[in-house]
Design a protein around this ligand. Structure first.
Ligand SMILES: [Zn+2]
Length: 82
């Protein structure tokens, strides 16, 4: 089962030095594991690089997002909403 969850993230803009909100849709699926004693159940962070547009200057910049991937989840895709 896929869960599509739009999230609002704040980015520090390198173009105008301001902060902008962007809606990012994160596609996740749930993974079922058989639990073992030595399993790492901590939250991992998946780094993805995406292009964003500064609304003030109308210029594009790249930023790296750190998406939390909780135990039992797989990040399938990260889409920046235009
Ligand atoms: Zn900006």
């Amino acid at each position: 089962m896929a869960i599509d969850k739009p999230e609002i993230i704040k980015l520090s803009c390198p173009v105008c030095k301001g902060q902008h909100d962007y809606a990012v849709k994160i596609s996740k699926s749930t993974v079922f594991y058989q639990m073992t004693a030595d399993m790492d159940t901590s939250t991992q962070f998946v780094k993805v690089r995406r292009v964003f547009t500064c609304p003030n200057e109308d210029k594009e910049f790249q930023a790296t997002l750190k998406i939390p991937q909780h135990f039992g989840e797989t990040i399938n895709g990260v889409d920046v909403q235009k």
